[in-house]
Every structure is written in C-alpha cells, then in structure tokens.
Design a protein. Structure first.
Ligand code: ADP
Ligand code: MG
Length: 219
C-alpha cells in the first residue's frame, strides 16, 4: 500500500535532509513511527500524504506515485485516498463540527457531497460519542472532543491510508487509549493501512510493526 524508494528530501531552508532508501507498508498493516523530536517523522508523513514532494526517488501510495502528480491531482488524491490527522488537528474554527468533518469534500470535486456523505459523517460522529455535536462551534469543544472530530474527518471519505501525526500527544491517558482504539477499529473495518507517529511507548505492542527514526532516516 505504501512503497517509499530511494527518497531524498530537503526543505528550502534550514538544512534538514530526509533519506528513506526503502520503506514498505502492506495493506491493512498498522505501523508506529517513533523517534526523537526533529528526526523527520512529520516530514515523512507529509511526503506520504503528498503535502511535500521528494527531490529524488518515488513515494507510491495506493498504487499512485504521489510525488509525480500535478498539484491539483495531488490534492484530489489526498482527499480521496488519504485520511490525515494533523498534530494540531488543523480544524477550522469558523466551521461547525459537521462541516469540519466534511472538509475533504470541499477540497476536491473528486468527492460528491451528497446525503450519503452527510449521513456517514453523522454516523462517525455518533460512533465517537459525539452525537448531537453536528452544529456545535469548534471553539466550544474540549481538546479530546476536537481530537475525535479530527479522527472523524480523517475517516469520512473511507481512505485507503490513514496518517496520524502524534494524534494522542496532548491527551490524558484514558483519551489516548480511546483515540488509538478508534483509529485501530475504524481502519480495520475499512481495511485501511495505518501509520501513527507516536511517543506513547506504552502502546507500541498494539501495532504490527515499529519503524524507528533517527536523524532524518529510518534507524
Ligand atoms: P519530527 O516530526 O520527527 O519532530 P519534523 O519532520 O517535523 O521532525 O522536522 C524535521 C526537521 O526539519 C526539524 O529539524 C525541523 O526543524 C525541520 N523542518 C520542519 N519543517 C520545516 C520547514 N517547513 N522548513 C525548514 N525546516 C523544517
Ligand atoms: Mg512531528
């Protein structure tokens, strides 16, 4: 489902370089990415999600060479095939809960925002214990509730791959477990591949595999 080959990437400034010779993740596999701060974990996720494009090598996700797609196609690819839980959630305060979940549908014409999509968004919200939150303002939500909304958004378009960047980072222990359970359970029912950047070493045994990162490369 994911094949990163001979990839090199450098930001325009700052001198950080990422090198990934060969990384493969199977369909349905659940992988934890761990490593010190600044080792390139988020950069790897951005490359997989087509937010960044490698200088060299290929990033294949769901049979698509993501880095070679033109900007517009990359955005459509991201909305239709990838579910992304950002570290800071990246929810929009001026939209209500339901519209935040349905954001992928607004980012590309490749997805149709119809009754089925809205029903699915409501069902997801209910499944995370937030039934009735549809029209709530984002600002009125707790951290844990925002987190669950971010997870719903990542899952709403039934992605092939879910990328989650420290999704449990600032949650209390109970919410951490709940958030991971939710990601595991939902990706399993979608037969989706799951990559989670995490510092929660207590939960690593729940993953199929751990990929350690060090200084811009898999260790
Ligand atoms: P991690 O997620 O493992 O903490 P990141 O992938 O976020 O690491 O960052 C790796 C390195 O790249 C860090 O040194 C960081 O400062 C640098 N970096 C991240 N984003 C940018 C950017 N937009 N421009 C320049 N350097 C960046
Ligand atoms: Mg990071």
């Amino acid at each position: 489902m994911i094949h990163v080959e001979q990839v090199e990437f450098a930001y325009a400034r700052g001198g950080f370089q990422l090198r990934v010779p060969d990384l493969r993740v199977a369909r349905g596999e659940r992988v934890a990415v761990v490593g010190p701060s600044g080792s390139g974990k988020s950069t790897l996720l951005r490359l997989l999600g087509g937010i960044l494009v490698p200088a060299r090598g290929t990033v294949r996700v769901a049979d698509t060479a993501v880095g070679s797609l033109p900007e517009r196609a990359r955005r459509a690819f991201r909305a239709t095939r990838i579910g992304y839980v950002f570290q800071e959630f990246e929810l929009l305060d001026y939209l209500d809960v339901l519209d935040n979940i349905l954001l992928p549908y607004r980012l590309t014409g490749a997805l149709r925002l119809d009754t089925a999509a809205r029903d699915n968004a409501r069902a997801l919200l209910a499944s995370v214990g937030l039934a009735g939150f549809e029209s709530r303002a984002l600002a009125s939500l707790s951290h844990g509730e925002r987190q669950r909304v971010a997870v719903c958004r990542a899952l709403v378009a039934s992605p092939a791959v879910v990328l989650a960047d420290e999704p449990t980072g600032s949650l209390d222990p109970d919410s951490k477990v709940a958030a991971l359970e939710l990601l595991f359970e939902r990706t399993r029912s979608l037969d989706a591949t799951l990559l989670v950047v995490t510092h929660d070493h207590a939960h690593l045994d729940r993953f199929d595999r751990v990929v350690p990162f060090r200084a811009g490369a898999p260790a």
